[in-house]
Design a protein around this ligand. Structure first.
Ligand code: ADP
Ligand code: MG
Length: 473
């Protein structure tokens, strides 16, 4: 077909049949590929290896080009975008002879340039995907009965109830969003249980966005995309948890978008959860984002003291444990991050009392939860750090944000950046913003500089130590 430097490189992709035998990789190259291929497990991890890289097959080697194949176009694009660069680097490291990596699609029934979707499904049409395999199991404990309603989650709860009680589809989709551990998954399971109880004839499918993607990829690989599509389009209620997972995953988004539209057209209920509002889902296609916001968007706010206490009381009743009110109040006051941690704290003190056969008291609670409480108590802010550093060096707070570069101001500012990196969970760009909108590279430089200075300059080392103690002691 084509001719490169006098050599016939005609090859028919699609059946892996090479007309020119000289393209066949030599035994050395085959051996080298086997080693590199095997090393990918370590490099990328077992899960990625199994989902994506295992099927890579060496096809040919010519003029420094390593040609490897995968069974589908989708896989080729995915590997190309995510792993190809590192794979090439691994090959180059193994042999300098290798200059390029070419990933081609080779599968018996597929002609390379035909999109996977367009291929007739023939024998695969009958391949059914088991619904129970696609849908995730529901946790029997996550019901409406065990869900404590308070101000922060009242809207989401009311919307969830509406979906169950309405005979028709009240809004589509219902989009529930909120931070980690605030009850999104709990509400979704509650809806699924309630629908299954009240309308046993309805098919409810609940799964995480991650599982959706996994199923989709699996369907592509086993040639059962038709069955996959049919399966998803035949449900009455589709729930996808943690949709933010599909950010940046274009093919999955595309597939989800089509499923979504097909179900909305048939007036089937869709329920989605995410950690952000639809408009804030970075890496999600604009058209999908706006579609997600079409129905009712309900947010779950961070907990209040009342809600935390209510949840602890309900949980205490469930556990049948003897926990004094003062302990519940203490926990509601101290563990404010999210409900998962709050439950975890209660479980720990109950378990401890059980094992040590002692009563639960405020003192024992403080002792058992020492590490957790310390983490919550000592949440040092960048402002505090800046204030303490300014105080120590006799500067004004404004000097922390100013553009002044005089040594006597710049150095303390670098110390403050260093401490901000060390004592808070803030990222470099976030720290930069807090220091008068500086770039993250400036912060990185400051951190390295101070690390160096601590080694070389006893005065700086002492300054850093004094300020750190003042902040943490
Ligand atoms: P998310 O999915 O938002 O990260 P989950 O739904 O997994 O959070 O909730 C975390 C834990 O907190 C679960 O064990 C859940 O049962 C519990 N929980 C969350 N909200 C409530 C609530 N309002 N009442 C009772 N338990 C709750
Ligand atoms: Mg969840």
């Amino acid at each position: 077909m084509s001719d490169v430097s006098g050599k016939s490189v005609a090859l028919i992709r699609g059946n892996a049949e090479y007309q020119d035998a000289s393209l066949e990789p030599s035994p050395e190259i085959m051996k080298l590929w086997n080693v590199v291929h095997n090393d990918m497990r370590g490099e990328f991890g077992e899960a990625i290896f199994r989902s994506w890289l295992k099927p890579l097959t060496l096809q040919a080697f010519y003029h420094g080009t390593m040609e490897v194949s995968v069974p589908t176009r989708f896989m080729r694009d995915w590997i190309q975008n995510h792993y190809a660069e590192r794979i090439l680097a691994m090959c180059v490291e193994a042999s300098e002879e290798i200059k390029r990596l070419q990933i081609v699609v080779v599968q018996n029934a597929i002609i390379d340039d035909e999109p996977i979707e367009a291929k007739p499904a023939k024998a695969n049409q009958n391949k059914k995907i088991d619904l129970s395999e696609v849908s995730s199991p529901l946790d029997p404990r996550l019901t409406f009965e065990s869900f404590v309603v308070g101000k922060p989650n009242a809207l989401a709860h009311a919307a969830a109830r509406r979906v169950v009680e309405s005979m028709s589809v009240p809004f589509n989709p219902l989009f529930i969003y909120g931070g980690v551990g605030l009850g999104k998954t709990h509400l979704m399971h509650a809806i699924a249980h309630a629908i299954e109880d009240q309308y046993p004839e309805k098919t409810v499918m609940y799964l995480s966005a991650e599982k959706f993607m996994y199923q989709f990829v699996k369907a592509l690989r086993s040639d059962s995309t038709m069955a996959f599509k049919e399966q998803f389009r035949s449900v009455d209620v589709l729930m996808i948890d943690d949709i933010q997972f599909i950010a940046g995953k274009e093919s999955t988004q595309e597939e989800f978008f089509h499923t979504f539209n097909a179900l909305v057209d048939q007036n089937k209920q869709i329920i989605i959860s995410a950690d952000k509002a639809p408009g804030d889902l970075a890496g999600v296609d604009e058209r999908l984002r706006s579609r997600l916001a079409w129905g009712l968007v309900a947010d779950i706010h961070p907990t209040t003291y009342e809600l935390r206490l209510g949840i602890l009381q309900s949980k205490r009743a469930q556990l049948g444990a003897d926990v004094p009110d003062s302990v519940l109040e203490f926990l509601a006051l101290k563990v404010t991050s999210n409900i998962r941690e709050l439950e975890g704290a209660l479980n720990r003190i109950v378990a401890h009392a059980d094992v040590s056969k002692s009563a639960i008291t405020l003192e024992s609670t403080q002792e058992v939860l020492q590490d957790l409480l310390r983490a919550h108590d000592r949440r040092i802010t960048i402002d505090e750090i800046q204030r303490k550093v300014a105080e120590h060096y006799n500067l004004r707070m404004a000097d922390m944000h100013s553009a002044r570069r005089a040594r006597n101001v710049a150095r303390p500012r670098q110390v403050a950046m260093y401490l901000a990196k060390q004592l808070t969970a803030r990222s470099l760009p976030e720290i930069g913003r807090k220091f008068g909108g500086r770039d993250h590279t400036t912060v990185m430089h400051a951190v390295r500089k101070v690390e160096e200075l601590i080694e070389e300059d006893a005065q700086i080392a002492q300054d850093v130590d004094v300020v750190r103690r003042a902040l943490t002691g």
